[in-house]
Design a protein around this ligand. Structure first.
Ligand SMILES: Nc1nc(=O)c2c([nH]1)NC[C@@H]1CN(c3ccc(C(=O)N[C@@H](CCC(=O)O)C(=O)O)cc3)C=[N+]21
Length: 290
Protein backbone atom coordinates (compact mmCIF):
# COMPACT_ATOMS: atom_id res chain seq x y z
CA UNK A 1 0.00 0.00 0.00
CA UNK A 2 1.25 3.48 -0.85
CA UNK A 3 1.15 5.54 2.33
CA UNK A 4 2.76 8.68 0.94
CA UNK A 5 0.17 11.33 0.17
CA UNK A 6 0.07 12.18 -3.49
CA UNK A 7 -1.43 15.65 -3.72
CA UNK A 8 -1.83 17.04 -7.20
CA UNK A 9 -0.15 20.21 -8.37
CA UNK A 10 -2.20 23.38 -8.43
CA UNK A 11 -1.36 24.89 -11.80
CA UNK A 12 -1.94 28.63 -11.79
CA UNK A 13 -2.89 30.89 -14.65
CA UNK A 14 -0.49 33.70 -13.79
CA UNK A 15 2.69 32.38 -15.44
CA UNK A 16 0.69 31.61 -18.59
CA UNK A 17 -0.92 35.07 -18.58
CA UNK A 18 2.40 36.80 -17.82
CA UNK A 19 4.06 35.15 -20.78
CA UNK A 20 1.27 36.27 -23.13
CA UNK A 21 1.23 39.80 -21.65
CA UNK A 22 4.97 40.18 -22.02
CA UNK A 23 4.91 39.74 -25.79
CA UNK A 24 1.75 41.87 -26.11
CA UNK A 25 3.40 44.81 -24.32
CA UNK A 26 6.08 44.85 -27.05
CA UNK A 27 3.52 44.56 -29.86
CA UNK A 28 1.38 47.37 -28.46
CA UNK A 29 4.45 49.53 -27.98
CA UNK A 30 5.28 49.19 -31.68
CA UNK A 31 1.70 50.04 -32.68
CA UNK A 32 1.63 53.09 -30.41
CA UNK A 33 4.87 54.28 -32.01
CA UNK A 34 3.04 54.22 -35.32
CA UNK A 35 0.20 56.25 -33.84
CA UNK A 36 -2.21 53.34 -33.33
CA UNK A 37 -3.57 52.44 -29.88
CA UNK A 38 -5.56 49.17 -29.73
CA UNK A 39 -8.93 49.66 -28.08
CA UNK A 40 -11.46 47.26 -26.53
CA UNK A 41 -15.16 48.03 -26.03
CA UNK A 42 -17.04 46.10 -23.35
CA UNK A 43 -20.84 45.96 -23.56
CA UNK A 44 -22.52 45.05 -20.29
CA UNK A 45 -26.29 45.02 -19.73
CA UNK A 46 -27.02 44.86 -16.01
CA UNK A 47 -24.47 43.87 -13.38
CA UNK A 48 -24.10 40.10 -13.03
CA UNK A 49 -21.38 39.10 -10.61
CA UNK A 50 -19.45 37.00 -13.13
CA UNK A 51 -19.57 39.81 -15.71
CA UNK A 52 -18.17 42.23 -13.15
CA UNK A 53 -15.39 39.79 -12.22
CA UNK A 54 -14.46 39.50 -15.90
CA UNK A 55 -14.67 43.26 -16.38
CA UNK A 56 -12.34 43.92 -13.43
CA UNK A 57 -9.82 41.40 -14.72
CA UNK A 58 -10.05 42.62 -18.33
CA UNK A 59 -9.64 46.32 -17.50
CA UNK A 60 -6.62 45.61 -15.31
CA UNK A 61 -5.01 43.41 -17.95
CA UNK A 62 -5.60 45.91 -20.78
CA UNK A 63 -4.27 48.80 -18.71
CA UNK A 64 -1.15 46.81 -17.91
CA UNK A 65 -0.55 46.09 -21.60
CA UNK A 66 -1.40 49.58 -22.91
CA UNK A 67 -4.72 48.75 -24.55
CA UNK A 68 -7.45 51.44 -24.34
CA UNK A 69 -10.84 50.37 -22.98
CA UNK A 70 -14.37 51.72 -22.87
CA UNK A 71 -17.20 50.11 -20.92
CA UNK A 72 -20.72 50.62 -22.28
CA UNK A 73 -22.94 49.98 -19.29
CA UNK A 74 -26.59 49.49 -20.17
CA UNK A 75 -29.69 48.92 -18.05
CA UNK A 76 -30.56 45.25 -17.65
CA UNK A 77 -33.94 45.90 -19.34
CA UNK A 78 -32.40 47.57 -22.41
CA UNK A 79 -34.50 47.27 -25.59
CA UNK A 80 -33.15 45.11 -28.40
CA UNK A 81 -33.07 48.00 -30.94
CA UNK A 82 -30.98 50.11 -28.58
CA UNK A 83 -28.52 47.28 -27.96
CA UNK A 84 -28.15 46.74 -31.71
CA UNK A 85 -27.77 50.49 -32.32
CA UNK A 86 -24.86 50.52 -29.88
CA UNK A 87 -23.19 47.63 -31.71
CA UNK A 88 -23.62 49.48 -35.02
CA UNK A 89 -21.99 52.55 -33.51
CA UNK A 90 -19.08 50.41 -32.29
CA UNK A 91 -18.78 48.67 -35.68
CA UNK A 92 -18.41 52.09 -37.33
CA UNK A 93 -15.95 53.52 -34.78
CA UNK A 94 -12.47 53.29 -36.32
CA UNK A 95 -10.82 53.75 -32.93
CA UNK A 96 -12.43 50.58 -31.49
CA UNK A 97 -10.84 47.31 -32.68
CA UNK A 98 -12.57 44.70 -30.55
CA UNK A 99 -15.88 44.31 -28.71
CA UNK A 100 -16.83 41.97 -25.88
CA UNK A 101 -20.55 41.51 -25.21
CA UNK A 102 -21.07 39.81 -21.88
CA UNK A 103 -23.15 36.67 -22.10
CA UNK A 104 -25.67 35.40 -21.35
CA UNK A 105 -27.63 38.42 -22.53
CA UNK A 106 -30.67 39.56 -20.51
CA UNK A 107 -33.69 37.49 -21.52
CA UNK A 108 -35.52 40.18 -23.53
CA UNK A 109 -32.58 40.31 -25.98
CA UNK A 110 -32.65 37.74 -28.78
CA UNK A 111 -29.17 36.30 -29.13
CA UNK A 112 -30.09 34.81 -32.52
CA UNK A 113 -30.53 38.35 -33.87
CA UNK A 114 -27.85 40.20 -31.95
CA UNK A 115 -25.03 37.80 -32.79
CA UNK A 116 -25.21 38.98 -36.44
CA UNK A 117 -25.09 42.66 -35.49
CA UNK A 118 -21.48 42.51 -34.35
CA UNK A 119 -19.06 42.64 -37.28
CA UNK A 120 -16.82 39.53 -37.44
CA UNK A 121 -13.61 41.63 -37.63
CA UNK A 122 -14.27 43.14 -34.18
CA UNK A 123 -15.87 40.02 -32.69
CA UNK A 124 -12.99 39.00 -30.43
CA UNK A 125 -15.03 36.58 -28.25
CA UNK A 126 -16.70 34.57 -31.00
CA UNK A 127 -20.29 35.78 -30.84
CA UNK A 128 -20.87 36.02 -34.62
CA UNK A 129 -21.53 32.64 -36.32
CA UNK A 130 -18.77 33.43 -38.87
CA UNK A 131 -16.19 33.16 -36.11
CA UNK A 132 -17.89 30.13 -34.58
CA UNK A 133 -17.78 28.37 -37.96
CA UNK A 134 -14.07 29.15 -38.24
CA UNK A 135 -13.47 27.41 -34.91
CA UNK A 136 -15.29 24.32 -36.14
CA UNK A 137 -13.42 24.42 -39.48
CA UNK A 138 -10.04 24.94 -37.82
CA UNK A 139 -9.61 28.26 -39.68
CA UNK A 140 -7.20 30.31 -37.56
CA UNK A 141 -8.08 33.66 -39.17
CA UNK A 142 -10.97 34.21 -36.73
CA UNK A 143 -11.33 34.55 -32.98
CA UNK A 144 -12.23 31.54 -30.81
CA UNK A 145 -13.94 32.40 -27.51
CA UNK A 146 -11.28 33.71 -25.12
CA UNK A 147 -12.15 31.26 -22.33
CA UNK A 148 -12.08 28.21 -24.62
CA UNK A 149 -8.71 29.33 -25.99
CA UNK A 150 -7.45 29.90 -22.43
CA UNK A 151 -8.10 26.21 -21.62
CA UNK A 152 -5.77 25.20 -24.46
CA UNK A 153 -3.09 27.76 -23.58
CA UNK A 154 -2.92 26.43 -20.00
CA UNK A 155 -2.61 22.81 -21.13
CA UNK A 156 0.07 23.79 -23.66
CA UNK A 157 2.04 25.85 -21.11
CA UNK A 158 2.10 23.00 -18.57
CA UNK A 159 3.08 20.58 -21.33
CA UNK A 160 0.04 18.35 -21.05
CA UNK A 161 0.02 16.00 -24.05
CA UNK A 162 -3.31 16.09 -25.90
CA UNK A 163 -2.64 13.91 -28.93
CA UNK A 164 -4.63 10.69 -28.63
CA UNK A 165 -5.67 11.45 -25.04
CA UNK A 166 -9.20 11.05 -23.73
CA UNK A 167 -10.59 14.47 -22.88
CA UNK A 168 -14.04 14.95 -21.38
CA UNK A 169 -15.65 18.38 -21.53
CA UNK A 170 -18.45 18.95 -19.02
CA UNK A 171 -20.80 21.51 -20.55
CA UNK A 172 -21.89 22.36 -24.08
CA UNK A 173 -22.33 26.13 -24.10
CA UNK A 174 -21.47 28.10 -27.24
CA UNK A 175 -19.06 30.26 -25.29
CA UNK A 176 -17.00 27.51 -23.64
CA UNK A 177 -17.88 23.81 -23.80
CA UNK A 178 -18.61 23.36 -27.50
CA UNK A 179 -15.77 25.52 -28.88
CA UNK A 180 -13.28 24.12 -26.32
CA UNK A 181 -14.17 20.62 -27.55
CA UNK A 182 -13.46 21.70 -31.16
CA UNK A 183 -10.09 23.25 -30.24
CA UNK A 184 -9.13 20.10 -28.33
CA UNK A 185 -10.17 17.97 -31.29
CA UNK A 186 -7.90 20.04 -33.54
CA UNK A 187 -5.05 19.05 -31.18
CA UNK A 188 -5.90 15.39 -31.88
CA UNK A 189 -7.53 14.63 -28.54
CA UNK A 190 -10.35 12.09 -28.34
CA UNK A 191 -13.14 14.33 -27.10
CA UNK A 192 -16.34 13.50 -25.24
CA UNK A 193 -18.87 16.24 -24.51
CA UNK A 194 -21.13 15.73 -21.48
CA UNK A 195 -24.15 17.70 -20.31
CA UNK A 196 -27.16 17.60 -18.02
CA UNK A 197 -28.80 14.72 -19.94
CA UNK A 198 -25.71 12.51 -19.97
CA UNK A 199 -26.38 9.17 -18.32
CA UNK A 200 -23.95 8.34 -15.51
CA UNK A 201 -21.92 11.54 -15.72
CA UNK A 202 -19.34 10.46 -13.10
CA UNK A 203 -18.56 7.33 -15.10
CA UNK A 204 -17.99 9.21 -18.36
CA UNK A 205 -16.02 11.98 -16.66
CA UNK A 206 -13.81 9.60 -14.70
CA UNK A 207 -12.79 7.79 -17.89
CA UNK A 208 -10.93 10.92 -19.05
CA UNK A 209 -7.21 11.63 -18.90
CA UNK A 210 -8.08 15.32 -18.97
CA UNK A 211 -11.30 16.75 -17.54
CA UNK A 212 -12.52 20.22 -18.53
CA UNK A 213 -15.36 21.45 -16.30
CA UNK A 214 -17.48 24.25 -17.79
CA UNK A 215 -21.04 23.87 -16.53
CA UNK A 216 -21.47 26.76 -14.13
CA UNK A 217 -22.50 24.69 -11.11
CA UNK A 218 -20.41 25.27 -8.00
CA UNK A 219 -18.29 22.27 -6.92
CA UNK A 220 -20.43 19.82 -8.94
CA UNK A 221 -17.44 17.72 -10.08
CA UNK A 222 -16.61 15.65 -7.03
CA UNK A 223 -13.99 12.92 -6.50
CA UNK A 224 -16.13 10.32 -8.33
CA UNK A 225 -15.81 12.43 -11.52
CA UNK A 226 -12.03 12.15 -11.59
CA UNK A 227 -9.69 9.37 -12.66
CA UNK A 228 -6.55 8.78 -10.60
CA UNK A 229 -3.77 10.93 -12.09
CA UNK A 230 -6.06 12.99 -14.32
CA UNK A 231 -5.45 16.62 -15.29
CA UNK A 232 -8.39 18.88 -14.36
CA UNK A 233 -9.12 22.30 -15.88
CA UNK A 234 -11.78 24.13 -13.87
CA UNK A 235 -13.46 26.76 -16.05
CA UNK A 236 -16.36 27.51 -13.68
CA UNK A 237 -16.77 31.03 -12.30
CA UNK A 238 -19.49 30.77 -9.66
CA UNK A 239 -20.21 33.52 -7.17
CA UNK A 240 -20.74 32.13 -3.66
CA UNK A 241 -23.19 33.60 -1.13
CA UNK A 242 -20.37 35.50 0.56
CA UNK A 243 -19.37 37.04 -2.78
CA UNK A 244 -16.28 34.92 -3.44
CA UNK A 245 -15.45 33.02 -6.62
CA UNK A 246 -15.61 29.24 -6.77
CA UNK A 247 -15.18 26.73 -9.57
CA UNK A 248 -17.20 23.80 -10.93
CA UNK A 249 -14.82 21.33 -9.28
CA UNK A 250 -14.69 20.34 -5.62
CA UNK A 251 -10.95 21.09 -5.50
CA UNK A 252 -10.38 19.87 -1.92
CA UNK A 253 -12.24 16.66 -2.68
CA UNK A 254 -10.23 15.79 -5.79
CA UNK A 255 -6.77 17.17 -4.98
CA UNK A 256 -5.40 13.82 -3.75
CA UNK A 257 -6.52 12.09 -6.94
CA UNK A 258 -5.44 14.48 -9.71
CA UNK A 259 -1.97 15.06 -11.10
CA UNK A 260 -2.71 18.72 -11.90
CA UNK A 261 -5.64 21.06 -11.36
CA UNK A 262 -6.30 24.73 -12.10
CA UNK A 263 -7.56 26.81 -9.15
CA UNK A 264 -10.50 29.29 -9.07
CA UNK A 265 -9.77 32.17 -8.80
CA UNK A 266 -6.26 32.56 -10.26
CA UNK A 267 -6.69 29.82 -12.85
CA UNK A 268 -8.40 29.93 -16.25
CA UNK A 269 -9.90 33.41 -15.62
CA UNK A 270 -6.54 35.15 -15.52
CA UNK A 271 -5.53 33.51 -18.81
CA UNK A 272 -8.89 34.44 -20.38
CA UNK A 273 -8.18 38.14 -19.90
CA UNK A 274 -4.76 37.83 -21.54
CA UNK A 275 -6.27 36.01 -24.54
CA UNK A 276 -8.85 38.78 -24.74
CA UNK A 277 -6.02 41.32 -24.92
CA UNK A 278 -4.25 39.19 -27.53
CA UNK A 279 -7.38 39.14 -29.68
CA UNK A 280 -7.76 42.93 -29.45
CA UNK A 281 -4.18 43.37 -30.68
CA UNK A 282 -4.74 40.84 -33.49
CA UNK A 283 -7.94 42.63 -34.56
CA UNK A 284 -6.21 46.01 -34.40
CA UNK A 285 -3.36 44.80 -36.60
CA UNK A 286 -5.72 43.26 -39.17
CA UNK A 287 -7.82 46.44 -39.30
CA UNK A 288 -4.67 48.50 -39.87
CA UNK A 289 -3.09 46.12 -42.39
CA UNK A 290 -0.19 45.33 -40.04
N1 LIG B 1 -19.11 36.70 -23.76
C1 LIG B 1 -18.64 36.27 -22.58
N2 LIG B 1 -17.49 35.57 -22.53
C2 LIG B 1 -16.98 35.14 -21.33
O1 LIG B 1 -15.90 34.51 -21.29
C3 LIG B 1 -17.69 35.47 -20.12
C4 LIG B 1 -18.88 36.21 -20.24
N3 LIG B 1 -19.34 36.56 -21.47
N4 LIG B 1 -19.59 36.56 -19.13
C5 LIG B 1 -19.02 36.37 -17.81
C6 LIG B 1 -18.16 35.12 -17.73
C7 LIG B 1 -17.22 35.16 -16.54
N5 LIG B 1 -15.89 35.25 -17.10
C8 LIG B 1 -14.72 35.53 -16.37
C9 LIG B 1 -13.48 35.63 -16.97
C10 LIG B 1 -12.35 36.00 -16.25
C11 LIG B 1 -12.44 36.24 -14.90
C12 LIG B 1 -11.23 36.63 -14.13
O2 LIG B 1 -10.34 37.33 -14.61
N6 LIG B 1 -11.13 36.15 -12.91
C13 LIG B 1 -10.01 36.42 -12.02
C14 LIG B 1 -10.46 37.24 -10.80
C15 LIG B 1 -11.02 38.56 -11.17
C16 LIG B 1 -11.54 39.32 -9.95
O3 LIG B 1 -12.29 38.76 -9.14
O4 LIG B 1 -11.13 40.49 -9.81
C17 LIG B 1 -9.48 35.09 -11.56
O5 LIG B 1 -10.15 34.06 -11.77
O6 LIG B 1 -8.40 35.06 -10.98
C18 LIG B 1 -13.66 36.14 -14.26
C19 LIG B 1 -14.80 35.79 -14.98
C20 LIG B 1 -15.95 35.18 -18.46
N7 LIG B 1 -17.22 35.11 -18.88
Amino acid sequence: MNLTSNRGNIIKGKPVADKISESLIKEVDELVNEGITPKLAIVRAGSRGDDLAYERGALKRCQNIGIDTEVFELPEDIAQEEYIDLLKKINNDKNIHGVLCFRPLPKQLDEKVIKYAICPEKDIDCFNPINFAKVVEGDKSGFPPCTAQAVLEILKFYEVELKGKKVTVLGRSNVVGKPAAMLLLAEHATVTICHSRTIDLPKVASDADILVAAVGKAKMATADFVKEGAVVVDVGINITEDGNLCGDVDTDGVIDKVSMITPVPAGVGSVTTSILAKHVVKACKLQNNR
